[in-house]
Design a protein around this ligand. Structure first.
Ligand SMILES: [Zn+2]
Length: 290
């Protein structure tokens, strides 16, 4: 009788121990890793002189080049891609102006390119545009139409959506500019190309959320862009002006004053060289070449 009781106690103890061991094991395998924004999103505003070229590197490893600068900036674009060890990327040509697309044929020829976005606009049929279009065709690619509502894939954790062009007819070529909003965690970037007042009005009227932490100032700081209502809608904390020596008076004092009077910390590639903005999903920090 006694033996049976002891055997029963031993068996019960073993079962309890086993249960404890199991219950310890279960939570570890059942609870998934917390979602974290451990990666960083980097936007490099490359000093290409008078023109635009911005490289975005997402936490997923996906890369996007917005514009390819003027002729003088070609070396800067290609050396930036090389120094960062880029192999594969997508491209947005905001519009056909030479100060935005000149290096892009070389980029297409050299790199593994996923997608090339370009707005549908009355083509300028320039030699530069022809070279770019030929490079895209030779690579077996086709232009993807850049217009409001189109998403760009920058991988997990990042949302990238085009907010312009809203319409398909404009008087000014600059207003066809593809405008991209990139959101990562609590931070966001608005890349505006050369979009001017008319496109800014259309973006506001479209009801899109224009608010952004960082604004790439439209059209190199020209007075024709960065209208008051647009600046209020975006209400950025930081602004970057991609500009070089030019005869247009860019950036204009009107826009510089508008930025400073709103307390927006402004960076300029003509004064500070290449400007790098890094987001950890909570805030954005800047470093400059000069
Ligand atoms: Zn331009």
């Amino acid at each position: 009788m006694k033996k049976r009781v002891w055997a029963g106690i031993l068996l019960l103890s073993a079962m309890l121990l086993n249960t404890t061991a199991c219950s310890k094991g279960v939570p570890t395998s059942a609870v998934s890793e917390p979602v974290s924004l451990s990666g960083k999103l980097t936007a490099t505003f490359i000093d290409v002189g008078q023109g635009d070229a911005t490289l975005i590197q997402a936490p997923s490893g996906k890369v996007l080049l917005i514009d390819g600068g003027p002729k003088d900036g070609e070396v800067a674009v290609l050396s930036t891609l090389k120094s960062k060890g880029i192999r594969q990327l997508s491209i947005i040509a905001t519009h056909e102006d030479a100060d935005h697309i000149t290096a892009l044929d070389n980029v297409v020829n050299t790199y593994d390119v996923d997608k090339v976005y370009l707005p549908k606009m009355p083509t300028k049929a320039t030699v530069t545009m022809e070279r770019f279009a030929n490079a895209v065709k030779t690579k077996g690619l086709k232009f993807t139409s850049a217009k409001a509502g189109v998403s760009v894939d920058l991988g997990v954790g990042v949302t990238a959506v085009l907010l312009a062009p809203v319409k398909d007819t404009y008087d000014q070529d600059n207003n066809y500019s593809a405008v991209l909003k990139v959101s990562y965690g609590d931070t966001s970037f608005l890349f505006t190309g050369d979009a001017e007042g008319e496109s800014e009005r259309d973006m506001i009227a479209s009801g899109a959320n224009l608010k952004a932490t960082v604004l790439k100032v439209g059209h190199h700081g020209s007075r024709s862009s960065s209208t008051d209502p647009f600046m209020k809608a975006v209400s950025p904390k930081y602004a970057v002006i991609e500009v070089g020596p030019n005869s247009y008076g860019h950036p204009t004092s009107t826009i510089l004053n508008r930025l400073s009077s709103s307390g927006i910390k402004t960076y300029r590639t003509d004064q500070q060289g290449t400007v790098t903005a890094v987001s950890d999903g909570k805030s954005v920090t800047f470093t400059t070449e000069k």
